[in-house]
Design a protein. Sequence first.
Lengths: 246, 187
Amino acid sequence: MTEKIGVEYTGFGISFFRRRLALVMDRMHMHSIQDLYKALEDEDKVDEITFNMVVPATEMFRDPAFWRALRKRLTGKTSLSVWFPNLTNGYEIFSFVVLTRMMGIENVKIVGNVSSKRTLDEIKSLVISAKNDEVNRSNFERLESNCSYEDYFEIMEDGRTKPKSVLLDGVEFRKGWFITNSKDTYDLVIFRNALLDFSYSLHEKVVTYLADSLNPGGMLALGIKEPLIAAVDLKAVEPDESIYLK
Amino acid sequence: MSNYKAVVIGGSAGSFALVLKMLSKLRPDFGLPIIICMHRLKHIRSGLAENLAMKSSMKVVEPMDKERIEAGKIYLAPANYHMFIEFDGTISLSTEEMSLQCRPAIDYTLSSAAIAYREKMVGIILTGANEDGAKGLKDVADKKGFTIVQDPATAEVPTMPRAALKLVKPDMVLSPEGILDFLNNLQ
């Protein structure tokens, strides 16, 4: 899978990988490892496997205290370069774009990596069920802002919600595993709850890579339950929210 | 010495007060880790562990991912994360999809503990309003772990213990007082 897909599955946590692969095989009605090998020869199925191997972000503005802390850290910024190394659906990127719009930061350059074409398609055409929208709205309200949810999201005739299309204007998407030879650096890297899936060694490698991808004074945001176990020159500026400064 | 390496407790509606009471009466020298997975509001991160810590002489933590499990500590599944027990004696967390509308899911904690500890664990299902935990407790039983279900007659909401009793013939069906006595006599 690592060879065919290009994602470093060899560094994923063993129990996570087994669990996730079982789920993927179940979803794709694969009954044996031979079925998996066969699927890996089919480009469309490879994309489907890659899509399903990813754990989707659970909700928009997950951990509102994180977004409030990030807002505090970004106050006063007029321009910003941001990288999402592993977008799993639209929730994290739309949360961030809405935050910057609320704050009036106009010059924001965003790059987002996706591992599958289907993930990209779903981000671009994100539609939120009424049930999920309820969770997103209540998280949004916990941001304690003067802005209205409807400034950024529109309700469709069937009761579902979608983000306003302008929100993704200017966002650059890249397909593929995020560890490359690129020398690009950013003011902010948001990589929340993906380290949970990795073994110690990949965790360390990824955090080191992400730290190297930060500009001096740049920030790395991890999930609130992800410890920073790599030896990198980052200082926790919002320790409860796992925001680190280079 | 106890033959067990851990106690894993699952509960939902009504279980917080019960766990609080049990921990307050647990022997101060209780030497095993206690791993607790309770359904909880996902947006409320603080309060639960602090309240448990106030009543317990054991240290209560909401673990970070990859945290090592130590004897004599209480591990509480964090809000909005699944909690798994790994072979190497650590905890792993996950934001994977909900199970039975739950994250954390008791089934995941119990099933992973069953694989990690096999017969050297005690699995306990308390009061609760859905069927989460039943399958996990069956996995514990299948690996010859010791299984306890709260007597549904004593449960504030009996759905969870009843669901467990449908899948498992537990080693014991006990009242909350009986569970406490069992734990205090473990060592």
